[in-house]
Design a protein around this ligand. Structure first.
Ligand code: ADP
Ligand code: MG
Length: 339
């Protein structure tokens, strides 16, 4: 007998959780992305104690059918791709089928979901990945999922959590990025009963920017638009006088997915050339659309890193488009632009 064994699902989920569920904000990100993939137009996020006591996400999306609810918490269970080929044409935010089982492995989960308007849905309850209840429940169309006591069974991970304020900062940052990525969805974030951000979901990106950065900043943003053979860009970049001390206020959204990419942010910074004071960076929200085949999102479990197959062309396109916008407005003193 050899000594190599295939691990059972329970252990495999706990191992995956180590990567997928780094901290409360990772749970928020995965669950809100699921709500977005489900076509929701309204997503309410309620958090207690920085997400360590409770994370609740309620959406009005497609819901999970009675036959699917238990399977949704199984490893590699997804409705979003069905073959390896699909990996090169991903249009959804999720596809790995890892989030729900990973989150369930390290928390207590209660999920109520209904996929139609009959008023009847299903409720499932798990703790540490073990099924506790699975029954009919009254529910309107959509999904209402609660994650309680995150990391209750992984004390070493729990010990590494920072203060409530720090964890909340990570959560609100994600909600901001997701709201900036999806102006057509109404987001609400509440922490310990206080509303932190609320967006209207009317499709107007500038009103989301106002909700997050304030109306003063929103007024100083310049619309950006451009198109090349492979790429389309839209969004807002700030006037050179409205800057920040880091690159963190540059949000890059590729095909509706918020990503982190230093090179794209740097291409934008280069467009400002000498207009920015030293060590100051712009505020920007860049929505870039491209063929999914030009993009590899299957780089890391968090799916925030991507690889571009034509990166130099993309960077040049971003820099040139932004430079053109800035050239067109740089000489107009603020407040004096034609109405
Ligand atoms: P993935 O998003 O990669 O498919 P998840 O573990 O996040 O994997 O979710 C598993 C499946 O559960 C999804 O493919 C989807 O069918 C279903 N699901 C999860 N959350 C929701 C939701 N809020 N609304 C509708 N369906 C959902
Ligand atoms: Mg998912």
């Amino acid at each position: 007998m050899g000594v190599i064994r295939v691990l059972d699902d329970h252990i495999a989920n706990q191992i995956a959780a180590g990567e997928v569920v780094e901290r409360p904000s990772s749970v928020v990100k995965e669950l809100v992305e699921n709500a977005i993939d489900a076509g929701s137009t309204r997503i309410d996020v309620t958090v207690e104690d920085g997400g360590l006591a409770l994370i609740r996400i309620a959406d009005n999306g497609s819901g999970i059918g009675a036959d699917d609810l238990e399977r949704a918490f199984q490893r590699h269970a997804t409705s979003k791709i069905s073959s390896g080929k699909d990996l090169f044409h991903i249009r959804t935010l999720g596809f790995r089928g890892e989030a729900l089982p990973s989150i369930a492995a390290v928390s207590k989960v209660e999920c109520v979901s209904a996929s139609d308007d009959s008023g009847l849905g299903r409720r499932i309850e798990l703790a540490g990945g073990q099924l506790l209840a699975h029954e009919d429940a009254a529910a309107s169309r959509g999904t209402d999922i609660r994650i309680k006591e995150l990391f209750y069974n992984t004390p070493a991970r729990l010990k590494y959590m920072k203060t409530i304020q720090t964890e909340l900062g990570h959560i609100s940052d994600f909600i901001y990025r997701l709201a900036l990525s999806h102006p057509q969805i109404a987001f609400l974030l509440k922490h310990n009963g206080n509303t932190l951000v609320q967006t209207l979901g009317n499709g107007d990106l500038l009103s989301v920017i106002a909700a997050i950065y304030g109306t003063g900043v929103a007024k100083k943003m310049l619309p950006i638009k451009g198109e090349s053979l492979d790429y389309r860009i839209s969004g807002y970049i700030c006037r050179p006088e409205e800057t920040r001390a880091g690159r963190h206020a540059i949000s890059t959204v590729i095909n509706g997915r918020y990503i982190r990419n230093y090179a794209v942010a740097q291409a934008l910074v280069k467009a400002y050339h000498t207009l920015l004071p030293i060590n100051r960076f712009p505020i920007a929200v860049l929505h870039i659309e491209m063929e999914p085949s030009l993009l590899d999102v299957n780089v890391h479990p968090s799916k925030m890193e991507v690889r571009f197959s034509k990166e130099p062309e993309l960077l040049e396109f971003v820099e040139e488009t932004a430079a053109r916008i800035l050239r067109g407005t740089a000489h107009i003193p603020q407040g004096a632009q034609p109405q």
